[in-house]
Design a protein around this ligand. Structure first.
Ligand code: HEM
Length: 367
């Protein structure tokens, strides 16, 4: 900022906000080419608005990432991280809502200026890719187009920046490291895994008994349902057996280490214990982000189908088909979804030993 470093110097709204620059940054190609298209103004403004919101999201994610990287994330910090992620979520909701504004550009009105945009495309949004990478979308699980690496539209410096975020730690890898530091999974004689296994077997046993004893199911239906319960219990195999878990990691189906998964499971199951409430909120917010990002991908793809039909994109992809595939495949916090399969009813949840329960409460003693 060009202001002198004097906190009491008077400043002007227009200058402070850089409005001269921002409000003169809408250059209509159609007007330059003397074929002015009315809707091109909206097309430019909406993209600029998105880029500004991406900038804010990056600012928030960066601060959350720094808190994680400090190796020191206490209750206060986690609460701050959760409130920053809450802000990201409010913004993402707006990004989703704004697709309606884009949809006011009708197909024929878009075609008035679309040809002038070639080969510009959302593919070239560095900030969008940065958000994806900061969150932890792995480059080797991306859908590619024309066999090009996802960051091919960027400068070498930008590519290096994306690679370095991926290598130095994304929200996923930082979350894993934080979960791995969670104590309490073993406490004196108590082993979380042991009591959890017993509770799961009890729950499955109850489900099987209910099927066997049902008066409303035929023998064939009972057999089918028992087989289905058997399949569900296979899901638990990875949490009961570290080797089975590591195999799924090697196959690219899971990313959380075994220890991190157990810690996340413990947090989710005992989320009502005072010390675990904010960590649980953190896990919930990350799932919310995942859901909103996926919702945005679907909405953007639907909007593209409505505006462009099956035409190919200006960036060189198949257009709608490519975008719909990213909505289906580009997931980040999928390990957290697995935890929902591992949940057990509260009535089957084993009591924690008293000393551990005390440790997980906020205690206040007056002498
Ligand atoms: C009429 C409006 C729009 C149309 C027709 C449209 C169309 C497309 C198409 C066809 C693609 C696929 C890439 C390609 O081959 O070009 C794409 C990608 C993309 N668009 Fe849009 N888009 C529109 C508006 C927007 C807006 C307002 C944003 C906000 C920044 C945006 C962000 C993106 C992003 C980030 C990608 C890359 C997605 C990915 O690879 O996962 N688009 N768009």
């Amino acid at each position: 900022m060009e202001y002198p470093k004097d906190p009491y110097i008077s400043i002007h709204y227009r200058k402070y906000l850089g409005l001269d620059k921002i409000l003169s940054a809408q250059h209509l190609r159609s007007a330059d080419l003397e074929k002015p298209a009315h809707d091109e103004m909206l097309f430019i403004v909406i993209h600029q608005i998105y880029e500004l919101w991406f900038k804010q999201i990056i600012h928030e994610l960066d601060s959350v990432s720094k808190m994680f990287k400090n190796d020191y994330l206490d209750e206060n910090n986690i609460a701050t991280a959760v409130s920053r992620l809450d802000r990201v979520l409010v913004i993402m909701n707006i990004l989703l809502e704004q697709i309606k504004v884009i949809e006011t550009i009708k197909p024929m009105d878009f075609l008035e200026f679309r040809n002038y945009l070639f080969p510009a495309s959302g593919f070239q949004s560095f900030q969008f890719r940065k958000v994806e990478v900061m969150l932890g979308l792995p480059s080797d699980q991306r859908i590619t187009y024309n066999n090009l690496p996802y960051h091919s539209p960027f400068t070498d410096e930008e590519k290096r920046e994306l690679d370095s975020i991926e290598q130095s730690g994304t929200l996923v890898t930082e979350l894993i490291a934080w979960l791995e530091r969670t104590p309490f999974l073993k406490f004196n004689e108590y082993s979380f895994l042991k009591v959890y296994k017993e509770a799961v077997n009890k729950m499955i046993g109850k489900e099987q008994d209910a099927i066997r004893q049902s008066q409303y199911l035929t023998e064939q239906e009972k057999e089918m349902r028992l087989a289905m319960v058997g399949n569900t219990s296979n899901y638990f195999a990875s949490i009961f057996d570290e080797e089975a878990h590591n195999k799924l990691i090697a196959e690219g189906k899971l990313r959380f280490s075994y220890k991190a998964t157990l810690a996340a499971l413990f947090i989710k199951l005992y989320r009502d214990e005072p010390i675990l409430q904010v960590p649980n909120q953190l896990l919930e917010r990350l799932l919310d982000i995942e859901e909103l990002l996926t919702a945005w991908r679907y909405r953007h793809a639907q909007m593209v189908l409505r505006t462009l039909g099956r035409k190919i994109g200006t960036g060189g992809s198949s257009g709608y088909d490519y975008l719909a595939k990213t909505a289906e495949k580009h997931h980040i916090f999928y390990d957290l979804y697995n935890l929902s399969t591992m949940m057990i009813p509260k009535e089957d949840l084993p009591e924690l030993p008293k000393e551990l329960k005390d440790k997980l409460s906020f205690t206040f003693t007056v002498k």
